[in-house]
Design a protein around this ligand. Structure first.
Ligand SMILES: [Zn+2]
Length: 162
């Protein structure tokens, strides 16, 4: 039964992503910031490595970034790419930092990397590091999107401290 489900899921993925994959394969598959697994391992903490490079998920309510309300920018913990702004953050109650939109071009979605990304996966557009997932149950009054992001995959830079 499990195999049948997996096969079914794979078919959906392939079906939905065939256009995206065609587009991506014509472009260079390399990210702007590209390092070996050993390099990432030496630069990141074990928790960051597990999330960013192995597509892991941190425990809910474990990140200090959940509480942040002051104006500033959330950047990729691996490469420093600016990802999200505090003004687009909202309290989702999930225990993970949540945003209704990313900064333009900062993140990419779904299957294209060695990490084995699934369809609703969100990753850093610059280094390919896994950030979290995208859902359609965000605030209706704004975008309706919920970027559910692992705090450990980001660093917060308050405005004026760049
Ligand atoms: Zn990055």
């Amino acid at each position: 039964m499990k195999n049948v489900l997996l096969a079914f899921f794979a078919m959906i993925l392939i079906g939905c992503n065939s256009n995206a994959q065609k587009k991506q394969s014509s472009q260079t598959p390399q990210y702007k910031v590209s390092k070996t697994e050993a390099e990432w391992k030496s630069e990141l903490t074990p928790a960051q490595f597990t999330v960013l490079r192995k597509a892991g998920t941190e425990r809910p309510f474990s990140s200090d970034l959940n509480k942040i309300k002051e104006p500033g920018t959330f950047v990729c913990a691996a490469c420093g790419n600016e990802l999200y702004l505090t003004k687009h953050k909202f309290e989702s109650g999930t225990g993970w930092p949540s945003f209704d939109r990313p900064l333009e071009g900062a993140v990419a979605y779904g299957a294209d990397s060695k990490l084995g990304f699934e369809r609703d996966e969100v990753h850093c557009a610059d280094c390919g590091g896994h950030l979290g997932h995208l859902f359609d149950d965000g605030p209706r009054e704004t975008t309706g999107k919920r970027h559910c992001i692992n705090g450990v995959a980001m660093k917060f830079i308050p405005d004026g401290k760049k």
